[in-house]
Design a protein around this ligand. Structure first.
Ligand code: GLY
Length: 435
């Protein structure tokens, strides 16, 4: 980072990382690597995070409990991983007791918690995005989607654990999704308002922007794999694997994305009176007519974080601290030239029902360039690592080429033993085949 960034002596000494997924395990590793050598704790963490730092059994949605934990442990900086505590106002509550945090307050978190709110901002400020209709009643929604035809996208307005976006290939599928949400209460209040959006075609990319008011730093590009199955088949998930850099985003295209999307988005959010200090994660479709916004998220992506952070050649703690304090102006980051990949190991059945409690056996040793990041893992009574979520592990590798990174990660995936393990075999294939 540039000399504008805080020096190690002014960085926080006691850091709490909130969350329990692969994103948070990656954040823990990155913050532990800071030259400031902070004391790090996590809540609630997972079995992997617990091997690195003390964990406290306070759920990520327990705002009162987390504030009390931060005060008790004399925490001077909180990094909030998931969207739910952000939308519940954890950062607002921490500010009230004088503890700085990385992540937006509830007004900024609304950019993820309400897709309608975001769409209205995108349209108001002329930021490229798909045409859509917004509905609370079923009959006008059905009339609109029939007038647009399939394929078409149905989105629940609120947070739905990554399941609220249906890319309907037929009108029957689209009608069923709209009826489920508006009439069938499928996502409760989150689905009482829906967007019916034109389907965009192209490759997707994830652009993570560390933001502090009107100042921002764009992190290395990455590409996620949302579908559960090889060849982008089956239902959408939270993300089955990522790689970075996403070469489909050439330097010229990244400059266009910054000009047409990133800068206007950051300024629009500030113009709306939101002092956004956190990650603005912009999901972008690279359509034949140009990049277009799919969604905003207001936190690091998962599993994007697992490939983006290892490629930073800068102090992640200093970067996030500068953003939280509103001192990001002039801060620059350095990026490693290596390619990173993350292959997610999920439990059979995910994203629907899946077993929990299956014992996981990891290889005794790992190659120096491979890390096993824990997501849905826990320790059982016998002290064994077991599955505890749909996405269980992320096998990440860093290497001079994407091919070498993929080979290293997949060799470890094959060695991991777990009765319910499933993973995609084609993470990075689009980029590899393009070459
Ligand atoms: N990988 C997509 C997300 O974090 O929402």
């Amino acid at each position: 980072m540039s000399s504008a960034s805080p020096s190690a002596s002014t960085l926080p000494k006691n850091v709490l990382i909130v969350g329990a997924g692969g994103r948070e395990h990656s954040l823990v590793k990155a913050v532990l690597a800071s030259p400031a050598r902070p004391r790090v704790i996590a809540a609630p963490g997972n079995a992997g995070i617990a091997t690195e730092v003390p964990v406290f059994a306070v759920p990520a949605d327990d705002v009162t409990g987390l504030v009390a934990l931060a005060q008790r442990e004399k925490i001077d900086f909180v990094i909030v991983g998931p969207e739910v505590p952000l939308s519940l106002g954890l950062v607002d509550s921490l500010a009230k007791v004088g503890i700085p945090a990385y992540g937006p307050k509830a007004d900024g978190a609304r950019l993820e918690a309400s897709k309608v709110f975001t769409k209205q901002i995108l349209l108001k400020y002329g930021i490229p995005t798909a045409a859509c209709g917004i509905f609370t009643e079923i009959e006008p929604a059905l009339a609109y989607l029939r007038s647009r035809g399939a394929p078409i996208v149905i989105k629940a307005d609120g947070l739905a654990a990554g399941k609220g976006v249906i890319v309907a290939q037929t009108l029957a599928e689209a009608e069923a999704a709209a009826i489920d949400m508006l009439a069938g209460n499928k996502f409760g209040a989150a689905g009482s308002q829906i967007l019916v959006e034109d389907c965009m075609f192209g490759e997707e990319t994830s652009i993570l922007v560390v933001t502090s008011g009107r100042d921002y730093v764009i992190l290395p590009t990455s590409q996620d794999h949302k579908r559960i199955g090889d060849g982008d088949t089956g239902p959408n998930t939270g993300g089955m694997g990522t790689y970075s850099p996403a070469d489909v985003v050439t330097p010229e295209l990244l400059a266009r994305i910054e000009r047409e999307i990133v800068k206007p988005s950051v300024n629009a959010i500030a113009d709306e009176g939101i002092d956004f200090r956190g990650t603005l994660f912009i999901g972008i479709m690279l359509t034949p007519s140009g990049p277009s916004v799919l969604e905003y998220n207001t936190r690091f992506g998962d599993p994007e974080t697992q490939v983006v952070l290892p490629r930073l050649d800068s102090d992640v703690l200093a970067l996030l601290w500068a953003a939280a304090l509103g001192k990001l102006a002039g801060v620059r980051i350095a990026t490693k030239p290596e390619h990173a990949i993350c292959v997610v190991i999920a439990a059979q059945g995910y994203p629907e029902a899946y077993p929990k409690g299956d014992v996981i056996q990891l290889p005794a040793t790992l190659p120096a360039n491979v890390q096993v990041i824990h997501a849905g893992t826990a320790l059982n009574a016998a002290g064994q690592v077991v599955t505890a979520g749909g996405r269980v592990l992320g096998v990440t590798a860093l290497a001079p080429t994407l091919r070498a990174a993929a080979d290293a990660a997949y060799a470890v995936c094959a060695q991991i033993q777990c009765p319910s393990k499933v993973y995609r075999h084609d993470i990075g294939a689009k980029q590899l085949n393009r070459r």
